[in-house]
Design a protein around this ligand. Structure first.
Ligand SMILES: [Zn+2]
Length: 664
């Protein structure tokens, strides 16, 4: 069985393990496997009508829907899979408190959020590494306490929120904060099947699904039922699994050998090993159980450089585990803990779909015309000055619904929960107290007194690249560096949820290689195959960019553009560039000039262009977040090269997952 399914099953047997982080590349059917998990989780008993899933035997004494009577009606339902979208608001995650009603009507009105929905089920975060930091903090707090606590200016609500946290991420899109990483009990690397036999099997299942869906579903349901029964049996067996001192000592030796911080790894390994013993039908935790558990629980906990290869040194693990157990384990009882092998989750139709994507990716990798691009690096943050109102993202400052409070305003007339600014509300009510006949100590509030927070967060932008592809740039090393730099910025744009576009200029004119799109992989591919040579019509490149931005402004007026001009500032064809640059400047387009002039004799023309554009000026080797010397090309500290193909693949995988989700 693959690690991902095993890790999910072990968590289903013992939720105390603390969840699973699935690190995966392109099309690996991550979402399908996670969804399949809920079908085999044991059902839960809840107090009928309680929105917070109180167990009838011991209801949460602080339940906002409570207090529940012991005699309250109960109902049984399947465990829930609740998905936390990466762009969710704080209210959606934690629930929302209507402070307006509390102040003016004196009632506490609480609308439960996703944490309440996930209580006693699974909370699934796809692309968890792209989650906003403030959501991560809320999630960590709730996960650590098993409680969701919502407070707005003194009015508070609290309810239980214990859930199995399952996250997926593509490591090429950025790593997780260590605190969040440690919150996941286990990590697994998901990989698409590569050997011909497994691939053929996926295709065979897909064909049988297409041929007779009813028969396929029946076979699938049978496999699911038998897996659910095996999990239930393992759960029952778990309390009687023996974890003796020798096993505990062995776990401690392993953790010491891999130099992990704290005791959390020891505890997670112990729980996982016990669950594994129960799963295979064993009576005591064996060396093999500990080995399996260590492989799942250690990779994200050992101290290491961020660029070390993932995974665990298996030889080191075997050395740390020492010799075999003294006494052989008794044979597993018949029928216990064996994974049903017929028509498992890999057979789900969406897995077949993903595989198609995967094959497309490999076909692309086989193209021979792909020029090498230079090493990439973490790009210095570039942003549009001022404050926008664009779609939520991670680049420039913007007025948004989430983020920090920067002032108060009267509530907008839309029917939604108020984000009450208490001080401003009380201040607004103060002058009217005598007229309203206030007699006691409390203020008399009316609806018209209510004030809301004005908040500031981050928006996404349109990053339009204008790249010099003329003969002067064609010198191989130089074009490599430029491609590496633009790729780095593309990767950055993807993480910040920007739209991107690509204009190149060479020979007789400029060309819009890629109209503004959210598809970063398309941009990476165009960049890769971008031809170079000929003269340098810089003005034409700027004019093409300008007309592209004007069109885009009509289409998507709130999205502010950022123009990134990659050039050495030279022009050898067409008109003089200062007029075109001046037009962009007058139109208020924010721009950055990335100067790629190199060599001992420099003309410094790009700085002049930056001035005409009113743009920020950066030298190519100052584009990396670490400054000069930190780029992958120039030192061992850099990130290993992330080629256009790998970037495209990673984004394609993300897409495949999206498709996969729609199918599932
Ligand atoms: Zn309740």
């Amino acid at each position: 069985m693959d690690d991902m399914r095993l890790a999910l099953i072990l968590n289903a047997i013992s939720p105390a393990i603390g969840g699973v982080l699935v690190r995966g590349e392109k099309g690996t059917a991550k979402s399908t496997a996670v969804r399949a998990l809920t079908a085999v989780l044991p059902p839960v008993d809840v107090v009928a009508g309680c929105r917070f899933s109180c167990p009838p035997a011991c209801p949460d004494p602080g339940c906002p829907d409570g207090p529940h009577q012991v005699t309250a009606a109960a109902e049984r339902r399947t465990a829930r899979l609740v998905e936390l979208p990466v762009g969710a608001t704080e209210d959606r995650l934690t629930g929302s408190l209507d402070l307006g009603r509390a102040l003016t009507e004196g009632v506490t009105s609480f609308q439960p959020g996703l944490l309440a929905a996930a209580h006693r089920g699974v909370l699934y975060v796809d692309e968890v590494n792209l989650l906003h930091d403030h959501l991560v903090d809320l999630l960590l707090d709730a996960a650590a306490l098993g409680t969701n606590y919502v407070e707005r200016d003194g009015v508070s609500v609290r309810h239980e929120a214990r859930f199995l946290l399952v996250g997926t991420m593509n490591p090429e899109e950025g790593e997780l904060r260590p605190q969040l990483l440690d919150r996941f009990g286990l990590t697994v690397e998901a990989a698409a099947p590569r050997d011909p036999a497994s691939r053929a099997e996926v295709v065979r299942r897909r064909i049988s699904f297409d041929a007779d869906q009813a028969a396929f579903a029946a076979r699938f349901a049978a496999a699911e039922a038998s897996l659910a029964a095996a999990i239930a049996a393992a759960q029952e067996r778990l309390p009687s699994v023996v974890l003796d001192d020798a096993a505990l000592e062995r776990i401690a030796v392993v953790c010491a050998s891999f130099d992990v911080d704290g005791l959390r790894a020891d505890i997670v390994i112990a729980r996982t090993a016990a669950a594994h013993a129960a799963w295979r039908g064993g009576l005591a935790v064996s060396r093999e159980d500990i080995r399996v558990a260590s492989r799942l629980a250690l990779p994200h906990r050992r101290r290491r450089n961020p660029f070390d290869a993932p995974g665990l040194d298996e030889q080191q693990l075997d050395d740390a585990l020492g010799g075999q157990d003294d006494e052989p384990e008794p044979d597993p009882p018949p029928g216990g803990g064996q994974e049903p092998d017929d028509g498992g989750q890999e057979g789900a139709p969406s897995a077949g779909h993903d595989d198609g994507q995967e094959q497309a990716g490999q076909a692309a990798a086989g193209r021979e015309s792909v020029a090498p691009s230079g090493a990439t690096f973490r790009a210095r943050p570039l942003e549009v000055p001022g404050k926008g109102q664009g779609a939520v993202g991670r680049r420039s400052r913007a007025a948004t619904d989430v983020g920090r409070s920067v002032g108060a305003r009267p509530p907008l007339p839309a029917a939604r929960t108020l984000d009450v600014h208490l001080t401003a509300t009380l201040t607004a009510s103060a002058p009217h107290q005598r007229r309203r006949g206030r007699s006691g100590p409390g203020l008399v509030l009316e609806r018209a007194d209510l004030r809301e927070h004005r908040r500031e967060g981050r928006e996404s932008n349109l990053v339009l690249f204008v790249v010099d592809a003329s003969g002067s740039m064609a010198a191989r090393r130089r074009m490599e560096a430029v491609k590496g730099a633009v790729l780095s910025l593309l990767l950055d744009a993807y993480q910040r949820r920007d739209k991107v576009g690509l204009v190149c200029f060479r020979g007789a004119g400029a060309e819009l290689l890629l109209p503004p799109t959210s598809s970063v992989d398309a941009a990476a591919r165009r960049l890769e195959s971008m031809p170079s040579g000929g003269r340098t019509p810089l003005a034409a490149g700027l004019a093409e960019a300008h007309s592209t931005l004007r069109r885009e402004r009509l289409r998507d007026p709130l999205r502010r553009p950022l123009l990134v001009v990659v050039t050495d500032g030279r022009h050898t064809a067409g008109s003089e560039p200062s007029a075109a640059a001046g037009n962009l400047h007058r139109d208020g387009i924010a721009a950055v000039v990335v100067d790629c002039e190199s060599g001992p004799v420099r003309l410094g023309l790009a700085a002049g262009l930056a001035q005409a554009l009113g743009a920020q000026y950066l030298n190519l080797d100052r584009l990396s977040a670490g400054g000069p010397g930190a780029s992958g090309a120039s030192g061992p500290a850099g990130r290993p090269g992330l080629s256009a193909e790998r970037l495209a693949d990673s984004v394609r995988g993300w897409r495949a997952d999206r498709v996969d989700r729609k199918v599932a």
